[in-house]
Design a protein around this ligand. Structure first.
Ligand code: PMP
Length: 448
């Protein structure tokens, strides 16, 4: 079997995610035969460094021996069982461990199978909480501009990336949108912290106006990932937690992309010292092996649903594969690696290496900003500094994507923002290699 044959067969029957399929006339999908560590290998024997962790899911490399062994062992015991009325050891262990790891006070785990589904759960649970507490006027959510929380209708409603959302607007909930603390827009010389404080005035105002009709504020802590890897200061989260308490509104932290060490701490919320009322996790939860997500919440929320059946207060939400044991086994093995290998400290060294690899780009005439939070580094290409972007029709980022593929790396820019979000097992020299590929790809994409 070779790349051409497989991509031809693929294009006859598949419809790929987040893709204008017409683009494949020019650049067919690449069939991957096997993967090991950070490397993906296609059927023609070409190899690519997976610089984006296969859509931000992979933490400890492909075909990780420890996760492989855990999934294989689980496969011999129990592949799946209904989670209503039944339970199993891997999910009990995982829940105990998540409660112990998460910010103190998040005491209950409700599972699903994708990030979007975890967001739907948080939104429904918060809404339902206020009903159960006899506050039915609370029907709205507050979200940030440039946010992203998934593609299902509820999750899309509280997101704000027009490319994904605009078409579906007539179908969606109408949240209150509050200007993001995104530090790309800070004034020259203004610190991240000062900008966060300034941006927070909008949130304070929105809460003052809408708190009584609001269920929750939903945010991606520290990095708006799908919104071009835009970053902000932890101070914003601290101010937000205080304001949510003052206004008696829930706080939903979507750590689906930033959880599990991505931002330099196990959870991004830790950097602000806060506990959200709902913490949504997914992606890296299973080390990138199997679909699993979870919404953690507090005992207070749990108790609002706990009553005699006839009170009709139960949260009757379900997905067929909720809490799949194979996925839980992968998640437990992933947490074992965090426990045993001092991952967060090692990531600090890798993050420094990324900063060094990208430093030469800061003065580039077509780069507005090189920004980084832990193991996420992003480079924003512009036509003209400080912030005049290229017309989107020119698709400059796509040229970087192609260049990188030809030179052995999977980089998948978000528009004109090139970013690295590699598995934590990447070697320092591989980071240098990625840096060189990105630099040359960007030079070519911005020439002319
Ligand atoms: N929230 C955030 C912050 C995300 O980055 C994503 C996925 N990119 C989601 C939610 C949705 O997760 P999923 O794709 O697993 O539905």
């Amino acid at each position: 079997m070779d790349n051409r044959t497989l991509s031809r067969r693929d294009l006859a029957v598949l419809w790929h995610p987040c893709t204008q399929m017409h683009d494949h006339e020019e650049l067919p999908p690449i069939p991957i035969r096997r993967a090991q560590g950070v490397w993906l290998e296609d059927y023609d024997g070409r190899r690519y460094i997976d610089a984006i962790s296969s859509w931000w899911v992979n933490l400890f490399g492909h075909a990780n021996a420890r996760i492989n062994a855990a999934v294989a062992a689980q496969l011999d015991r129990l592949e799946h069982v209904i989670l209503a009325g039944f339970t199993h050891e891997p999910i009990i262990e995982l829940s105990e461990r998540l409660v112990a790891l998460a910010p103190r006070g998040l005491a209950r785990c409700f599972y699903a199978d994708s990030g979007s589904a975890a967001i739907e759960i948080a939104l429904k649970m918060s809404f339902h909480y206020w009903r159960n507490r006899s506050e039915p006027r609370r029907t709205r959510f507050l979200c940030l501009t440039n946010s992203y929380h998934g593609e299902t209708l509820g999750a899309l409603s509280v997101g704000d990336v027009p490319l994904y959302k605009e078409t579906y607007e007539p179908l969606l909930l109408k949240p209150v949108r509050v200007p993001s603390p995104d530090c790309y827009f800070r004034e020259p010389g203004e610190s991240y912290e000062d900008y966060a404080r300034r941006a927070f005035a909008h949130m304070e105002e929105a809460l003052a106006a809408h708190a009584r009709e609001t269920c929750a504020v939903i945010v991606e802590p520290l990095v708006q990932c799908a919104g071009s890897m835009r970053m902000y200061d932890p101070l914003y989260l601290k101010l937000l937690r205080e304001a949510c308490d003052r206004h008696d509104v829930h706080l939903i932290a979507d750590e689906i992309a930033v959880g599990f060490g991505r931002t330099g701490t196990m959870f991004a919320c830790e950097q602000a010292g806060i506990r959200p009322d709902f913490l949504c996790l997914g992606k890296g939860l299973t080390g990138g092996y199997l679909p699993l997500s979870v919404c953690l919440t507090t005992e207070d929320v749990y108790q609002a649903f706990y009553a005699e059946y006839a009170a009709l207060k139960a949260f009757l939400h379900s997905h067929s594969y909720t809490g799949n044991p194979l996925a839980c086994a992968a998640a437990n093995a992933t947490l074992d690696i965090f426990r045993d290998d001092d991952v967060i400290a090692r990531n600090r060294v890798l993050a420094d290496r990324m900063a060094t690899a990208l430093a030469p780009l800061t003065d580039h005439p077509h780069i507005a900003e090189v920004r980084q939070t832990g193991m996420i580094a992003a480079i924003e290409m512009v036509r003209k500094k400080p912030r005049e972007g290229y017309p989107w029709q020119e698709r400059r980022g796509r040229n970087v994507y192609r260049y990188a593929l030809e030179h052995g790396a999977l980089l998948r820019p978000l528009g004109d923002v090139v970013y690295f979000m590699p598995p934590y097992v990447i070697a320092p020299e591989q980071i240098d290699q990625l840096g060189a590929i990105a630099r040359e790809g960007i030079n070519r994409a911005t020439a002319g």
